[in-house]
Design a protein around this ligand. Structure first.
Ligand SMILES: [Zn+2]
Length: 260
């Protein structure tokens, strides 16, 4: 069994298969969640002619290969965004399984990156973070940190600490700029992220969120999409970064402490 789990070919096949399945599921969630369409029982269909999608059409990579990204019935072109989401999901799954192996860390990374992709795509398009995604990340984080036997106080304390920190940040930004700087969905994300973060990794999380946020803000400005830009993708990517490079968190924490 041990041999099987560390076998690189096995991990690649696993990453590809589950990456494609979860990538396909992600595209369904991204379309349905913000539109309040049932995403549990309803079968996927073409948004134009309502032709029910077959198994192959459910996986964006396959229908791009076999039908050029068009509905087989009415030939409507599906956006390339779904293909991008699926390729990203597969990439994250491959990275997670190869880097961490078939371990709790590896599986958690895959599920976390999947959630963050869904969250980012929805936030980019609709400027919201669905409560369901935040809730799933919180549950995933609670299970993960529980199994990793973090300090009990850490597990309970960090989510609330992060939440209150973000809430204060939101109020300060509101008072300063007289408009919403940090959405309430972002504040709730801080709570969920708290399950994965420690005191040592929190400064790194803030720093990376800020950096990625600036990059997104610049892209938003260049694309003339207005002053308001989605901050969820920056928070999500930063959390993934802290998850993989948690040891950098300790280093930055030491540097920060030297200055205080
Ligand atoms: Zn169609």
């Amino acid at each position: 069994m041990q041999q099987l789990i560390t076998d690189i070919n096995f991990l690649i096949i696993l990453g590809l298969v589950f990456g494609l399945i979860f990538g396909s599921f992600a595209t369904a969630l991204i379309y349905r969640m913000p539109r309040n369409i049932d995403w549990v029982f309803k079968r996927s269909e073409c948004t134009k002619c309502h032709h029910k999608l077959g198994v192959i059409e459910l996986v964006p990579v396959f229908y791009y290969l076999f039908s050029g990204g068009r509905c087989r019935k009415c030939k409507t072109k599906f956006g390339a965004n779904y293909l991008i989401v699926e390729i990203l999901t597969v990439s994250f799954f491959l990275f997670g399984l190869i880097y961490f192996g078939l371990t709790l860390e590896g599986v958690t990374f895959c599920l976390l990156s999947f959630s963050i992709l869904v969250l980012s795509a929805i936030d980019f398009e609709h400027y919201i973070i669905p409560d369901e995604v935040n809730f799933f990340i919180a549950v995933l984080g609670a299970v993960y940190s529980g199994y990793n036997s973090y300090d009990m106080i850490d597990i309970i304390f960090m989510p609330f600490f992060c939440f209150i920190f973000a809430l204060l940040l939101r109020l300060i930004m509101f008072a300063w700029k007289k408009r919403e700087g940090l959405g309430f969905g972002d504040v709730k994300f801080f709570f969920s992220a708290g399950f994965f973060l420690h005191f040592e990794t929190f400064p790194l999380f803030l720093m990376m969120s800020g950096l990625i946020g600036v990059v997104i803000a610049i892209i938003w400005k260049l694309r003339k999409k207005g002053e308001l830009f989605p901050f969820g993708p920056a928070l999500g990517l930063s959390l993934l970064f802290c998850y993989v490079f948690s040891e950098i968190g300790s280093i930055t924490n030491n540097i920060v402490q030297k200055f205080i």
